[in-house]
Design a protein around this ligand. Sequence first.
Ligand code: FAD
Length: 535
Amino acid sequence: MIRITQLKLSIDEPVDKIKSLLLKKLKIQESDLIDYRIYKESIDARQRGEINFIYTVDATVKHEGKILGKKLKNVALAPKLDYKNPPIGQKPLNHRPLVIGFGPAGMFAALLLAQNGYRPIVLERGQAVDERVKSIDEFWSKGQLNPKSNVQFGEGGAGTFSDGKLTSRVRDLRGRKVLEEFVQAGAPEDILYKAHPHVGTDLLRDIVKNIRKQIIALGGEVYFDSQVEQFMIEKDALTGVKLVDGRIFKATQAVLAIGHSARDTFNELYDKGINITAKPFAVGVRIEHPQRLIDKAQYKEFAGHPRLGAAEYRLTYKASSGRGVYTFCMCPGGLVVPAASEEGRLVTNGMSEHARNQENANSGLLVQVFPEDFPTEHPLAGVEFQRILERKAYELGGSNYQAPAQRVGDFLDHKASTTMGTVTPSYALGVTPSNLDELFPEYITQSMREAIIGLDKKLHGFALSDAVMTGVESRSSSPVRINRDEESFQSISTKGIYPSGEGAGFAGGIVSAAIDGLKCAEALISTYNRPVEES
Ligand code: FAD
């Protein structure tokens, strides 16, 4: 297969025109082109007054060697990117491997184990997606939180109720496998080539169900409402786990993919002597602007063009204190969502549907925090730091899961908001106009103020007075790292535990968590033979 890069089409040219560009570029007749597919599509909006799509295309042709021999610019042999299963290990495995947590990391670890004949047993504390949707609807409409199953806990993990952005900054060939499995499970094929692929929460719900069905069809088992409460450890090695309801699963190997919100499980791990340390993360607010303002700022006169969709942004700023401030998990045409998992504490996040057609754009506006900022030097002090903010946000909002919110103009003027302006907050349970200085320490509000003004120079309108800041976004990444050996992928203190994904501090986002799950499963597979135990 031949790869051709830098094929350019203007925004108003049909995609089919790629074929004629291809023939021209390769200097061949149509009869010599067997097949072609887009490998990558990106938007180039750098030149004022024009927007182009830039394509990388893979083509199967007759006389490939002859064409490559012409040494044409931007034409080369396509690299082989197929995922290769790991070699099967030789050590005996007496029990089936466990996968604890069914977010992207656990799901992809379980999928690979199942695909290789390891018949994993998946234990997930939350509900299967259909029941989970009902629990979340109950919370978002009536403020009744189910601490066992919510935006953080349940089938598909934190990623299910998300924008479903599938971008990852991790350069790893496994990323392609992740996207291909998503497509296999029902995601649109364009995620394979779009520069900023996205699925949307509506499609994700079916995708995660289909992946679960595949794991079961391959001999795996998936249990919901199955929270691991205790880790059984002898001589620094795992021997099994006990669930909240008393069930015991014997196991010597477990992928631990519990996400960043399993605070009770972090406590249990710490109590059992599993090596865990505090790590930096970031906290802040969701900031909402009208989507059309973002479209205008990014696409100028092309804003609203049907080929462009809702515009995105990703911005960074360095505050005078040296702290990094950045926008995070931007949701074009999306909603700010209630994302709490503990009663009496408030958390926000963002999501969108595939169509990204809501009125507002929202994004996290986050400031870095470090272990020195936490209340103590305890490895779990970052959790305490989050909890303090989440409690304050809950109380500031009125102790009923309404969220504290402030107009950007008021925030910059250091005065409490008493009402919202032209931008209607999308947070489902309603907002309470507030003063965010009462929520955050000064080093955070000061950094956010500087950043808003600075970022307005990069994205005109970012400092719009009526833009809405809704707090608190405290779960952007894990406050801990469950340390592992980079060769065996097992905990540095406890054999048989493979800390994986975001909660363990090795990923940030759906794709990178899924990649990390694959890595842990590969490590297990290439060490141990398939399990001998029947059930
Ligand atoms: P998680 O997805 O958190 O999964 C961990 C799972 O483990 C959970 O289901 C939990 O219930 C389970 N669990 C925890 N403890 C136990 C236990 N003791 N026993 C059994 N099960 C347990 N990322 C993107 O890339 N793109 C986006 O658009 C995006 N949007 C987001 C929107 C929202 C609202 C949220 C909350 C997150 C979003 N993210 C997004 C982040 C992304 O969802 C996470 O990075 C990703 O889900 C992390 O995967 P994970 O498997 O490591 O952990």
